[in-house]
Design a binder for this molecule. Structure first.
Ligand SMILES: [Ca+2]
Length: 483
């Protein structure tokens, strides 16, 4: 390490110690607040700061300039529910029971929300949940649902089971409520209400947007500049314009409430972009694939009191890192995690660490697997075939040259890392990480997901919802299946 870097680190450590000394007063009132925000299907290339040719995201760009921007931030999996599970637990998704979208999170897992609630934080979830084993478009969640956000540590929630769009019906701690407006702006407004109500406790707030996931529905005024595009692309980008505006509302809302300075605001995507125009910034592959385009997503962290502005890093980071990072910042006990964790704390990266990552990042969703160890990546699009590919992501970020034959030592080393993870993953799948050393059947009939239209409690709403654009075809389908 050179002297310059050492002095820089020392200065930051000293300022952090000062910060801690100032904040080490009785009680927890000055511990940092945390707001975790996640978009739904936003590709790595779909931000202004990353050079999208048409889309402007001034608020995400400002957030990037005010904190640290991760140019190699990965979703923990290539689609929705699995990534959500990795974020809440710090563990690769298969370990948690969430093998693909629509699978429920096991109640034997321990979540960041439970840990924060137990540490004295007010906890809130706003938006898309998708961890209660329900498939189909986002429906409001019943208070009797055995896997609602409250079960996993969120005391306050305004949530839907899956993606949601304009003018949604959502569930406020189990009470159904109609909303008017853009889904991202609604989620942010509800989150800010929750944050503003916290007078004594620090807050842990999770905002999971339904944007820019299908159906692609947007306000006409947000389509400016995209008029020449096909309908789906035009609406998808317009949804992102509204989402970016909601990021602006969130950042200014935190400032207006006087809490922005000591709030960790984290933004990232939940999986790679769709095959829908310019979404992945030239990377290979799309959502549901384990090439970079399916996994690499926007990733930004802003925390004025703890992160120097204007940093850009190519340190490979992943949604599994969020729990251990917040755990280090807040000082959570190691007992809050189910082991093994796959994530690692990024606090040193926030402080300017530019070295390599110690632990590799594993990915597995159904038959698609990959493992990243700094510049190296092995990929098996279908692990059943036993065929792995090897890429050097620094020399070849587009994954065009399989180096398995020309770099046999690396290929063997990476394969060993994968095999070691896979062995450990199999033990987790069998329940060996839990005190009972097995998997509790959990809960009735939802182990691999169920469409909500099949459940009697939702069928009771068919008449009320049959004209809602987001449910129309689903209600029809549900009635056809009932016959
Ligand atoms: Ca998604």
């Amino acid at each position: 390490m050179n002297n310059y870097l050492l002095n820089g680190l020392l200065a930051r450590w000293l300022s952090r110690i000062t910060l801690l000394a100032v904040f080490a007063l009785p009680g927890f009132a000055d511990r940092p607040n945390v707001v975790l925000v996640m978009s739904d299907d936003q590709g790595w290339g779909q931000t202004g700061y990353n050079g999208h040719p048409l889309l402007k995201t001034p608020h995400l760009d400002q957030m990037a300039a005010s904190g640290i921007r991760f140019d190699r931030f990965y979703a923990g999996a290539s689609n929705c529910s699995p990534t959500r599970a990795t974020l809440l637990t710090g563990r690769s998704n298969d370990r948690t029971g969430v093998q693909t979208h629509g699978y429920p999170l096991r109640r034997q897992e321990k979540t960041i929300a439970q840990a924060m609630r137990d540490a004295g934080y007010a906890t809130g979830h706003f938006g898309k949940w998708h961890l209660n084993g329900l498939r189909g478009p986002g429906a409001p969640i019943f208070k009797e649902d055995p896997l609602h956000p409250g079960v996993f540590g969120f005391d306050t929630w305004v949530s839907v089971s899956n993606f949601f769009d304009l003018h949604p019906v959502m569930s406020r701690n189990g009470k159904f409520e109609d909303f008017e407006g853009d889904s991202s702006e609604i989620a942010v407004a509800e989150a800010l209400k929750f944050i503003g109500a916290q007078k004594d406790a620090p807050f842990f707030t999770v905002i999971w947007f339904g944007t820019p996931h299908s159906p692609f529905v947007s306000f006409l005024e947000d389509e400016k500049g995209f008029e020449h595009l096909p309908d789906d692309q035009r609406h998808q980008l317009a949804e992102l314009v509204a989402m970016d505006r909601s990021i602006g509302a969130l950042r200014s809302g935190l400032r207006d409430l006087g809490v922005a300075e000591n709030t960790v605001l984290w933004f990232n995507g939940d999986n790679g972009g769709l095959n829908l125009g310019d979404t992945v910034g030239g990377l290979r592959g799309f959502k549901n694939q384990v090439y970079e385009g399916g996994l690499r997503v926007p990733g930004l962290v802003e925390w004025p009191a703890g992160i120097e502005a204007g940093q850009v890093t190519d340190f490979p980071a992943v949604t599994m890192d969020i729990f251990p990072t917040i755990g280090e910042i807040v000082g959570l006990d190691k007992s809050v995690y189910v082991q093994p964790l796959d994530g690692t704390s990024l606090v040193s990266v926030f402080d300017g660490y530019a070295g390599s990552r110690e632990s590799p990042i594993p990915f597995k969703r159904l038959e698609g697997v990959a493992l990243i160890d700094n510049q190296w990546k092995i990929v098996a699009p279908n692990v059943e075939t036993g065929q792995f590919e090897l890429y050097d992501l620094v020399q070849d970020p587009q994954e065009t040259r399989d180096l398995t034959a020309s770099q046999p030592k690396q290929a063997v080393r990476m394969r060993k890392l994968w095999d070691a993870f896979n062995h450990s993953r199999e033990a987790s799948v069998a329940g060996m990480d839990y005190p009972e050393k097995n998997v509790r059947p959990d809960p009735v009939g939802r182990e691999d997901g169920v469409f909500w239209i099949e459940l009697p409690e939702y069928q009771a709403y068919f008449e009320a919802w049959e004209d809602r654009p987001e449910y129309k075809t689903w209600v029809k389908r549900g009635r056809a299946e009932q016959k």
